[in-house]
Design a binder for this molecule. Structure first.
Ligand SMILES: C[S@@+](CC[C@H](N)C(=O)[O-])C[C@H]1O[C@@H](n2cnc3c(N)ncnc32)[C@H](O)[C@@H]1O
Length: 195
């Protein structure tokens, strides 16, 4: 078993659980790396919904996609509204939190309430056995509050419905991201919360 960095480990898990032809979600399109990756996983018969609140990010994603095969829907709206756009079942979803890298506006960041709302909605749409991977950065302003909100949310999910795990490399320099991964264990339309 190879211990990948957070982003590559998220991809490893997606590769194991997403099938050709499925519908998947890139909740934070950014520069489109994960959208392109997901498009490759689902192939020509699959659909990728990619959300971002910045047109600049969707333009960058569209440019990266070039001739990608999958049906791709680029959506200029918050991932918190996923339910209004996405038809389930969803084979998997990826979040890469924080701000748009490479000269993006660093004041536009993912926020605790909308991130949690999006995960909550997508858990309902997810196939049984599907994963939601969330790459969490806590080094920027507001990142710590988002991390705490996510960990608190994850701990309140009922264990018979969802397994929530944290994955991180402990001996990395700087402030590397870590992953929170949600696995849907059985069918439900809205997760039950404890407490
Ligand atoms: C770290 S970047 C994503 C990087 C991307 N996965 C890639 O491969 O390049 C985070 C992105 O989330 C976007 N974002 C922030 N709040 C959002 C929201 N509520 N809904 C959707 N996207 C959001 C930002 O605009 C930014 O482009």
């Amino acid at each position: 078993m190879e211990f990948g960095r957070a982003l590559s480990q998220a991809r490893n898990w997606m590769e194991k659980t997403v099938n050709k032809g499925e519908t998947v979600v890139d909740a934070t399109a950014g520069n489109g790396h994960d959208t392109l990756f997901l498009a490759g996983l689902v192939g020509a018969e699959g659909t990728v919904y990619a959300f971002d609140i910045q047109q600049e990010a969707l333009d960058s994603t569209a440019e990266r996609l070039g001739g990608a095969d999958a049906r791709i829907r680029l959506i200029l709206d918050s991932h918190a509204e996923a339910k209004s756009y996405v038809e389930g079942p969803v084979g998997g979803a990826m979040f890469n939190l924080g701000f748009l890298p490479n000269n993006g506006d660093r004041s536009v960041v993912t926020r605790p309430e909308s991130t949690v709302q999006a995960i909550h909605s997508l858990l309902g749409l997810l196939k049984t056995g599907g994963l939601i991977t969330v790459c969490v950065y806590d080094g920027h302003e507001g990142g710590g509050a988002e991390r705490d909100a996510l960990l608190e949310y994850a701990a309140r999910l009922h264990e018979s419905e969802v397994h929530a795990a944290r994955y991180e490399l402990l001996n990395q320099t700087g402030r590397p991201p870590f992953l929170i991964v949600f696995e849907k264990k059985k069918e439900f339309s809205e997760p039950r919360m404890i407490g």
